[in-house]
Design a protein around this ligand. Structure first.
Ligand code: MN
Length: 453
């Protein structure tokens, strides 16, 4: 079970309350995002299926990764155990297996008949440059070493077979393209749309240059990822995907791309302005188009944040085994703010944990450390700890002008002040008691409520 539709069936069966079916006809230009955003503002993050889209004969889905509970469910665990489960699973890698054929190539469009406008690609916000593919996992191969990379890059539809793309994180795919371009060679890419969450999460993960994200996907799935060969480029793609767009990044050619509503909650005009020439589109029969909402949506935030939590937890735990959990809250765009819980054993430990977290992730600008009795995924409790366990004169510190997230509009020339707050209780002389409700009463309450809800 490594397909998006397989995952949707599982959720429909076991957590039907987490799927919302919109059966009225809506336009993928603005109206789909308006529905997602309206729910988001009311604190609701279900998977949303759009069965009828104006002008298209294809279903779409969004918000697959919009709640921590569902992401954890996809990996067979709870949100509290998600980072640990991720680390446990990625200890065992699985090499992908090549299949002769796969459902993603049930329908093949090549050459003259390629037309991106047949896909219900969402236009998210009024200021965006146009429709954007946001869920596309872009796959490429190191032109020298052949190592595969899978990562996220927004793609603007510019014509029937032309996409604008920003490789703005300037990580692995950007480096592949840079080296291909030095030889005036195009870089073959495949944009994979509609996959199991394990594949999406692997593409969002923060491995080194030599790490093959297909192996990470296999590790998260607990089974080798099934691949098929592309039709027009020398790449392999997940066999069970819904849609694949095959093409090449044109060397030594740039054209304005953007603006786009970024995860920061602001419009971004930054772009590397690359252009993809599309060679083929392959898909399943009755393919489901997948969108990740633009702007500061829960899904856009969490897909960046969850892999960061995993790598920061791993990194700071090496120095501080007393660290319990790490949360990158959506309120901090799941990139800039971080809450850490520890089992405190000595004074000053909180501040050292803050320094370790800041050292582990350049983007962090605000780190709060709390005691282990605080659930870091419950922001109200974290801020309650700040309110009742922190004294600003001694528990707060600022590191002025360190390297930061370029997309944060408050940074100046890529520099940002970093704020740390130690909201743990002092070990000596702490007398405040948290009142509790007797266990039997709590159990009875749970029984009564479980019958009602
Ligand atoms: Mn990589």
């Amino acid at each position: 079970m490594q397909s998006l539709r397989g995952f949707l069936e599982l959720v429909s069966r076991e957590r039907p309350q987490d799927i919302l079916n919109i059966t009225e006809t809506v336009n993928p230009e603005f109206e789909t995002q308006a529905i997602i955003d309206t729910l988001e503002q009311s604190g609701s993050h279900p998977i949303i299926r759009f069965s009828k889209l104006t002008g298209y004969d294809m279903e779409a889905v969004a918000n697959i990764h919009a709640s921590r509970d569902l992401v954890a469910f996809a990996l067979g665990t709870s949100k509290e155990e998600l980072s640990e489960e991720w680390l446990r699973r990625t200890e065992q890698r699985f090499e992908p297996v090549l299949k002769e054929t796969g459902p993603v190539q049930e329908l093949v469009f090549e050459g003259e008949v390629v037309d991106l406008r047949h896909l219900p690609i969402f236009t998210h916000c009024g200021e965006d440059a146009g429709p954007y593919i946001t869920s596309g996992v872009m796959v490429g191969k190191d032109p020298d070493k052949g190592v595969y990379n899978a990562s996220f890059h927004r793609c603007q539809v510019k014509g029937p077979s032309k996409l604008g793309v920003s490789l703005h994180s300037r990580r692995h795919l950007w480096d592949y393209q840079r080296r291909a371009e030095q030889r005036n060679q195009p870089l073959p890419v495949a944009i994979v749309i509609g996959v199991h969450p394990a594949i999406t999460l692997a593409a969002a993960s923060l491995g080194g240059m030599e790490v093959d994200e297909y192996e990470i996907a296999g590790a998260l799935l607990g089974a080798p990822l099934e691949l098929v060969k592309c039709r027009t480029v020398d790449l392999k793609v997940p066999a069970q995907a819904e849609i694949v767009i095959e093409g090449e990044i044109i060397p030594n050619f740039r054209e304005p791309e953007g603006p786009f509503s970024e995860f920061t909650g602001y419009l971004s005009r930054r772009s590397t302005d690359h252009v993809i020439s599309v060679k083929a589109i392959t898909m399943r029969k009755n393919a489901i188009y997948q969108d990740i909402p633009g702007g500061l949506s829960s899904e856009h935030a969490l897909l960046g944040g969850i892999p960061r939590e995993v790598s920061v937890l791993k990194s700071i735990k090496e120095q501080h085994p007393s660290v319990k959990n790490v949360c990158y809250p959506v309120s901090g765009t799941s990139r800039l703010h971080c809450y850490v819980s520890i089992e405190k054993t000595y004074e000053g430990q909180g501040k050292n944990v803050i320094l370790s977290a800041m050292a582990a992730d350049n983007l962090l600008k605000f780190v709060v450390v709390v005691d282990e009795d605080i659930d870091v995924f419950n922001e109200t409790r974290v801020l309650w700890a700040v309110a009742t366990r922190m004294q600003a004169g001694e528990d707060l510190f600022i590191v002025p002008k360190a390297a930061a997230a370029m997309l944060d509009p408050s940074t100046q020339g890529g520099l940002s002040d970093k704020l740390g707050i130690d909201a743990t209780k002092c070990l000596k002389g702490w007398e405040a008691v948290i009142p509790t409700i007797p266990t039997e009463a709590m159990q009875k309450a749970k029984q009564i409520l479980s019958r009602l809800i």
